[in-house]
Design a protein around this ligand. Structure first.
Ligand code: ADP
Length: 433
C-alpha cells in the first residue's frame, strides 16, 4: 500500500516536472520567435502548446507571427523602394524636423547643397548657408498641411561644388500633424529651362527686329516712289534697286531662319552617308571664285594630296552649307588684296577643314558669342554686306549634328581662322569569310 502511495507521488512529481519543462520550452520558443521577428526574420511556429493561459498565448503568437512577419517585410520593401525612387530623382529632396534639423536628403540634394551622410541630424542653417533656402524652410513651417509653398530663386555658385549660379524652383510641404512633424522641400533645377525660354524670347525679339528693318526700307522707298519719285528718272531706278536689295535681304533672312528652325526641330532629312570630302570642298571654293575675284582676293584650296579616300559620314548638303557659310564670311570680312585659304587635313580619326582669311579679325571678347543667333561684331557692316547674323549659328548646329566641333582663332586686324573637325567615316567592316 505504502509502495503504491509512493509510486503515485513519484508519478505526480514526474508529471509536474514534465509540465513545467513543456511550459518553459514553450516560453523559450515564443521568446526566440519574438527575437527573430524583431530582426525582420520569419518566426517558426511554436509546436509545444501547454495548457492554460500560456497555451492561449502560444496559440495567439502562432496566429500573429506570420502576419507580423509579412507586414514588416512589406514595410521594409516599401522603404527600399522609396529610397531607390528618391535616390533616382533629378530633383533635390530635403526633409527637416520641427527643430530645423535635417532628417533626410537624397543624392541630388547632396550634390546640389554639398551634403553627405554626416549631415543628417544637423541644423539646416549650419548645413546650407543660403538665406533663400532658409526662407523656404520657414515659409513651409508656417503653412498647414496640405498647403504648399512655391517659389523660385537663384542659388549663387560656390567654388568646386557648384561653380555657376543655379535657378531653383522650390515646393515646400509641411508634414501632417498639429504641430507638424516636419517639412519636405523639393528643389527643381530650372536653370536650363529659363535659359532656353530667354533664348526663345530673345530670338523672337531679334527676328522681328531684323525683319522690320528691311520692311521699313521697302515701305519708305515705295512711298517715295508713289509720292513723287516714280516720274523722276534720276532716282526712280535707284530706289527700285534698293527695294530689290531689301527683298533679297528679307529672303536671305527668312531662308536662314527656316533652316535654323528645321535644324532645331530635327526636321532636315539629311542622309548621313560616307562622303568624299575633298571634291565637295573644291566645288564650294569654285562657287565662290567670282566673288573672291570681284573683291580682289586670292582664294585657294589645299587638300595636301588627300583624294577621294578621305570620307566623312555626312550629307553633302550639310557639308556644303557649313563650308559655304565659312568661305562667304571670309570673303565678306576681308578687305581687297587679302587672302582666303581652305585647307583640308586628316588624321586616323578626324578630318579637319580650315577656312582662314587675312581680314578684319574678331575681337577676343566676341569670339565666344559669334555662334549665337543674330550676334554680330559690327551690325552695320554685317547688314551692309548682306549678312543675316545666322550663318555661324547654322554652321554650329550642322557641325554638331555631324558629331564634330567648330572653333575660331582670330586676331583683330590680322585675320580669322575657323576650324571644323569631323569624325572620319569608318571603313566598312569586311564581310565575314
Ligand atoms: P553674318 O551674316 O553677320 O556674317 P554670321 O553668323 O555668319 O553672321 O557671323 C556672325 C558675326 O561673326 C559676323 O557678323 C561677324 O561680325 C563675325 N565674323 C564671322 N566670320 C568672320 C570672319 N571671317 N572675319 C571677321 N568676322 C567674322
Amino acid at each position: 500500500m505504502a509502495y503504491f502511495a509512493t509510486a503515485l507521488v513519484l508519478i505526480a512529481a514526474v508529471a509536474a516536472v514534465a509540465t513545467a519543462l513543456r511550459r518553459a520550452r514553450a516560453a523559450d520558443e515564443v521568446a526566440r520567435g519574438l527575437g527573430r521577428l524583431s530582426e525582420g526574420r520569419r518566426a517558426r511556429q511554436v509546436l509545444t502548446v501547454p495548457a492554460g493561459r500560456l497555451g492561449a498565448m502560444v496559440a495567439a503568437f502562432n496566429a500573429a507571427a506570420p502576419e507580423l512577419y509579412e507586414r514588416t517585410r512589406r514595410l521594409e520593401a516599401d522603404r527600399q523602394q522609396l529610397r531607390v525612387v528618391l535616390g533616382a530623382m533629378a530633383e533635390a529632396v530635403l526633409a527637416v524636423d520641427p527643430r530645423r534639423r535635417l532628417l533626410f536628403a537624397n543624392a541630388s540634394a547632396d550634390a546640389l547643397f554639398g551634403l553627405d551622410a554626416s549631415s543628417v541630424g544637423r541644423l539646416m542653417p549650419e548645413l546650407i548657408r543660403s538665406p533663400q533656402v532658409q526662407d523656404a524652410v520657414e515659409a513651409t513651417f508656417r503653412l498647414n498641411y496640405p498647403e504648399a509653398y512655391l517659389s523660385e530663386f537663384a542659388l549663387p555658385g560656390r567654388d568646386g561644388l557648384r561653380p555657376a549660379p543655379r535657378i531653383l524652383a522650390v515646393r515646400g510641404s509641411p508634414l501632417p500633424g498639429d504641430p507638424t512633424a516636419g517639412a519636405v522641400l523639393v528643389f527643381h533645377d530650372v536653370t536650363d529651362l529659363r535659359r532656353l525660354e530667354r533664348m526663345r524670347q530673345d530670338f523672337v525679339a531679334n527676328a522681328s527686329h531684323e525683319l522690320k528693318t528691311p520692311l521699313a526700307s521697302i515701305k519708305a522707298y515705295a512711298e517715295t516712289l508713289l509720292d513723287w519719285a516714280l516720274e523722276d528718272p534720276s532716282v526712280n531706278r535707284r530706289f527700285l534697286e534698293r527695294i530689290d536689295e531689301q527683298v533679297d535681304r528679307l529672303d536671305a533672312l527668312i531662308r536662314d531662319m527656316l533652316s535654323l528652325a528645321r535644324l532645331e526641330a530635327n526636321q532636315d532629312v539629311f542622309r548621313h552617308e560616307p562622303l568624299a570630302l575633298v571634291p565637295v570642298l573644291e566645288r564650294c571654293v569654285e562657287a565662290h571664285r567670282d566673288r573672291a575675284e570681284a573683291g580682289d582676293l586670292a582664294l585657294t584650296i589645299d587638300a595636301g594630296g588627300l583624294g577621294l579616300q578621305v570620307t566623312v559620314l555626312a550629307d553633302e548638303e550639310a557639308v556644303r552649307q557649313i563650308v559655304d557659310n565659312l568661305i562667304d564670311n571670309a570673303i565678306k570680312y576681308t578687305p581687297p588684296g587679302g587672302r582666303v585659304a581652305v585647307v583640308c587635313s586628316a588624321s586616323a580619326a578626324e578630318v579637319a577643314v580650315e577656312v582662314s582669311d587675312t581680314g578684319v579679325g574678331i575681337p577676343r571678347e566676341d569670339q565666344a558669342r559669334i555662334f549665337e543667333r543674330f550676334y554680330r561684331v559690327d551690325k552695320a557692316r554685317s547688314r551692309e554686306l548682306g549678312g543675316t547674323g545666322l550663318g555661324l549659328a547654322i554652321v554650329k548646329h550642322l557641325v554638331s549634328s555631324l558629331e564634330g566641333r567648330v572653333e575660331v582663332t582670330s586676331r583683330l586686324g590680322s585675320g580669322s581662322r575657323f576650324l571644323v573637325r569631323l569624325p572620319r567615316a569608318q571603313a566598312a567592316a569586311a564581310p565575314p569569310t
